[in-house]
Write a protein that binds this ligand. Structure first.
Ligand code: C2E
Ligand code: CA
Ligand code: CA
Length: 905
């Protein structure tokens, strides 16, 4: 980093240090040498380093701050005191830039005057206004000197200063406050009026206006507030900025305290109702408030605006270095430059390839910041243009109408009404990156040297920041290329999370945001039957479909395998749902056409993000959950996370989280539903059904908890819990010499995943000494759909051990009747839906057929869900014997069951 000879009173010293070695000084330029008073050799010597240059008490703190901030952000800015060789300590502004690998450049400017005194001279150093105490004292003085006329108390409050601090940093907010003070000052001072100006809170100004017409007072307030609402408040659309006022026209006899309180009430009112200002009206009702006034001098440190000769330069450095959003800060800074130097335009132009310059930041007098991104200028006579810059990288044009420049350049200046212009070149090390233009709308006799010097210094600082911005962009691009999944061209998950966070940070309330999770169901079918290549083609195909419909700002991500996540940003929910539907429909149609046997289809879960503060990982999690839900329904290709779904999910989590505790503490109870012979009307068996006892003695029914437990596999613990209760009861019947009746117990399809299923059943049966022939294992028909071989093996083994196997809900699954010939089953339970309506001849015929078939296959038959005498008659007429249903008995507690059917026989 090379800096030319210092200009007038501001010196820039630059040194390069190695932060890894306590700031060992690698090199320093002659201004740095001059500021410190040491020779270059001494500075580079082994006993010296940057830490030693910092005044003792805060050494390591300051150095660590510089080091960590520079490593993290590429730059840092701080003021500290520096030890000079002659033993003096000077205040310096220090600005660092990372060179990578722990090396950094440190640029110093010597602060000529110290920051204004901190112990509250009565003036706020940021704005130069009185602080509260001083304002109050001054106002009392005026009032004491005799009041004849009516005075007015005005309070001006800036909107959203705290949000600005959060988003753009303190320095930014400080400038907004300072700008407001400039407007206020401008309106009241030097106009022959008697006023007191104060800053009484961080964001609130007090104006005491003597003896003015109420209409005039209000007119000025109106002007200030409406002008302020046009000012620049950063690029974040959520922060509106602006100013609101409360006014109290003070009757001659009232005190200042009273008037101030009334002004506060009016201020609060106008703020609440979003008015420009409100004039206190004693007939109106305002809410009661107790305002707090602070002397705001304590803020100056944080606002980091300094009060010395080269104040503007330091201000620029501080402003940019503490910026959270460089572009917004650059904008604000060039606006300030424009105002301060009476310019009509300030533009930062960045070169793009060899012929173009793009305007990245643009201030125009009267319009403020112009955020028009695509202002690109073709530069035809580039060489000629460069030749007109002097050795300081400065080009002065006193009058663009008269200067001998190309016609294109002239028309360019003309277009923007730039009559007198200075351009400064900007470098990134040795590479030319662009130039800053400052212009006035009137021709000049001469640009004032002092002004030029400051502009030059500011331009250098701007160029450093732009360099950093450019590097940041480059890094981001590099990062982007690494964050793309090579197969699909979509983002990888980690990059998606980062990008999505940013998008949510820029949340636009006009738009609808959705986190969408998509997964291709049965995708493995393709991999297994057609190979991975074909599988990859499918993934690419789907990714392409996503990209085709991708809306502006949306991010698509390929997580892995057949899983995709999208952050969709569109105008309406309807638009999002329509798009999802369209993509899914087309993909699924393709799938059916190309792989008719595969059952492959894409299913999507949609979670709408209403809260921009929402954690993106959570949003993904919600989308996955609702996707799981969608997947269960064969006819749906997407589902939306709704309040109902959220409630269901809460219930689900509660159930899943408390089931083991419930089992332990005996809340899961086996209820028994007897099975009857329709011939003898005697009990021939029973089915154990689970119930979850609530603390108040009521019960939860299986459909309220079993599906959730099936999903996570905890159902198997419930099954064994019920099974054990049944075994315990049976062993007691046996011990009491009672007649044993067979009991069936439901076992979920989930057991298929546990190889010890059979062994566990046998061990428990043995533990209670119950004979397996009294035990029926009920497995639902659909459990034979997936991995039927394994299920069949289990059943075969259990049968060999003497257990009976029931096939439950027969007729609801997809298995053909032929299946019955192969499955190792003893009893077939015909589902309730078969006897619910048997009134047509055809149905009767069908029920008969089934019965015949089952009997041919030598299975026992039982009908479940029998509710009426007619059904009994029908079934007995058809020749069937066994049934279960409400007409005989509902499921009842074990105790009840035993009393009724075991111990009374
Ligand atoms: P399921 O195995 O088909 O059990 C029969 C269900 O029908 C029981 O409901 C029973 O109360 C009901 N029911 C019996 N007769 C009639 C009738 O005449 N009319 C009507 N409308 N319903 C009748 P429940 O007890 O609510 O159980 C529902 C389902 O929950 C069971 O269907 C079974 O699939 C499952 N389940 C219950 N307990 C367990 C268990 O311990 N383990 C497993 N894995 N599943 C269980
Ligand atoms: Ca059952
Ligand atoms: Ca059933």
């Amino acid at each position: 980093m090379e800096y030319e000879a210092p200009i007038q009173n501001t010196k820039y010293g630059v040194c390069t240090i190695d932060a890894k070695q306590d700031g060992k000084i690698i090199n320093a330029d002659k201004d740095f040498v001059e500021i410190t008073g040491y020779t270059l050799e001494e500075l580079k010597g082994k006993d010296m380093n940057y830490i030693k240059l910092i005044v003792e008490d805060e050494r390591s703190d300051i150095f660590n701050y510089l080091k960590s901030k520079t490593t993290k952000n590429g730059m840092a800015c701080l003021e500290h005191f520096m030890n000079c060789k002659d033993g003096s300590a000077v205040a310096v502004s220090c600005f660092t830039k990372s060179l990578g690998n722990g090396y950094m450049d440190v640029m110093l400017t010597k602060n000529i005057t110290k920051v204004s005194d901190k112990d509250g001279s009565g003036y706020d150093s940021l704005t130069g206004f009185c602080n509260f105490n001083a304002a109050e004292a001054e106002i009392s003085r005026i009032l004491m000197s005799g009041v004849e006329h009516c005075h007015s108390v005005l309070l001006f409050k800036l909107r959203h200063i705290n949000r600005m601090e959060e988003v753009y940093g303190r320095a930014f907010a400080g400038v907004v406050i300072e700008n407001a003070a400039i407007y206020i000052n401008h309106q009241y001072c030097g106009k022959g009026q008697r006023v007191v100006l104060g800053r009484i809170r961080h964001d609130t100004f007090l104006v005491f206006q003597c003896a003015a017409e109420p209409k005039t007072v209000e007119g000025i307030a109106d002007w200030i507030c409406s002008e302020m609402s046009k000012c620049y408040y950063g690029r974040d659309a959520r922060i509106s900025g602006g100013m609101t006022a409360g006014i109290c026209h003070m009757p001659a006899e009232s005190s200042f305290d009273e008037a101030l309180l009334c002004a506060e009430k009016a201020l609060q009112y106008s703020e609440q109702y979003d008015e420009l200002y409100e004039v206190y009206n004693e007939n109106k009702k305002y809410s009661d408030i107790k305002p707090v006034y602070k002397n705001v001098s304590g803020y100056e440190d944080k606002e980091r605006v300094l009060n010395y000769d080269n104040r503007f330069v330091s201000f620029a450095v501080a402003m940019l270095a503490s910026a959270k959003d460089p572009d917004s800060s650059l904008d604000l800074l060039i606006q300030r430059i424009g105002l301060q130097f009476g310019l009509n335009r300030v533009m930062i132009n960045i070169f793009e390839n060899s012929h173009y310059a793009r305007v990245t930041n643009h201030y125009e007098k009267g319009k403020g910041i112009i955020v028009e991104q695509n202002l690109v200028e073709d530069m035809d006579d580039r060489d000629g243009f460069f030749q007109r810059f002097d050795s300081n990288g400065c080009m002065k044009i006193k009058d663009t109408m008269l200067e001998s420049i190309s016609e294109r350049e002239r028309s360019y200046y003309n277009k923007y009404n730039m009559r007198a212009v200075v351009n400064f070149l900007m470098y990134d090390n040795d590479k030319l990156i662009g130039y800053v233009s400052y212009s006035a709308s009137k021709a000049k006799d001469e640009w004032i040297q002092n002004k030029l010097n400051t502009l030059m210094q500011i331009s250098r600082i701007l160029s450093l920041f732009i360099t950093i911005r450019l590097h940041k962009e480059e890094n981001e691009q590099r990062y982007e290329s690494l964050s793309i999944d090579s197969l699909t061209g979509l983002s990888i998950y980690a990059a998606f999370l980062e990008a999505a966070k940013k998008k949510l940070y820029e949340f636009d309330p006009e738009k609808v945001y959705a986190c969408i999770y998509a997964d291709i169901d049965n995708f493995s079918y393709i991999n297994e039957n057609f190979g991975y290549e074909e599988g990859n083609e499918i993934l690419k195909d789907y990714a392409l479909r996503l990209q085709k419909v991708r809306s502006e700002g949306s991010i698509c991500c390929h997580v892995h395998a057949d899983k995709f996540i999208i952050l969709s940003i569109r105008n309406s929910r309807k638009e999002i749902e329509k798009t999802v539907q369209k993509v899914n429909k087309e993909f699924n149609a393709m799938s059916r056409a190309m792989y008719p046997m595969s059952d492959m289809r894409v299913v999507t879960g949609i979670y709408y993000i209403d809260d921009p503060g929402c954690d993106i990982v959570r949003a993904v999690d919600h989308a996955i959950h609702v996707w799981k839900h969608a997947k269960k329904n064969k006819y749906k290709t997407y589902a939306i996370y709704s309040d109902d779904f959220a409630n269901e999910r809460r219930t689900r989590l509660k159930i899943v989280g408390s089931i083991h505790n419930a089992i332990e503490s005996g809340e899961i109870e086996a209820f028994m539903q007897p099975k009857f012979s329709m011939k003898t009307m005697k009990v021939v068996g029973a089915e154990a059904l689970s119930r979850w006892r609530n603390p108040d003695g009521t019960y939860k029914y299986p459909d309220q908890f079993i599906p959730f437990l099936e999903d996570v596999g905890y159902i198997i613990d419930v099954d064994f819990c019920i099974f054990e209760q049944v075994l315990r009861a049976m062993s007691e019947w046996k011990a009491n010499g009672k007649k044993m009746i067979p009991v069936s117990v439901n076992f979920s399809r989930q057991h298929i995943n546990h190889d010890d299923f059979v062994a566990r059943i046998m061990a428990l049966t043995a533990k209670y000494g119950v004979e397996p022939k009294y035990i029926e294992i009920e497995i639902t028909e659909s459990a034979f759909m997936k991995k039927p071989e394994k299920m069949m093996r289990f059943m075969r083994e259990l049968r060999e051990e003497g257990y009976k196997i029931d096939i439950d809900d027969f007729g609801t699954g997809y298995s053909s009747l032929n299946m019955l010939l192969d499955v190792p089953v003893d009893i077939v339970k015909i589902d309730k839906s078969f006897i619910d309506d048997y009134d047509t001849q055809l149905k009767r015929e069908y029920i008969n057929q089934i019965g015949n078939l089952i009997q041919t296959a030598k299975k026992d038959i039982i009908f479940e869900g029998v509710e009426t005498q007619e059904q009994i008659k029908f079934l007995t007429d058809c020749g069937y014997e066994n049934a279960q249903g409400y007409v005989f008995s509902k499921p009842i507690s074990m105790k009840n069951f035993e009393e009724k059917y075991i111990y009374n026989i």
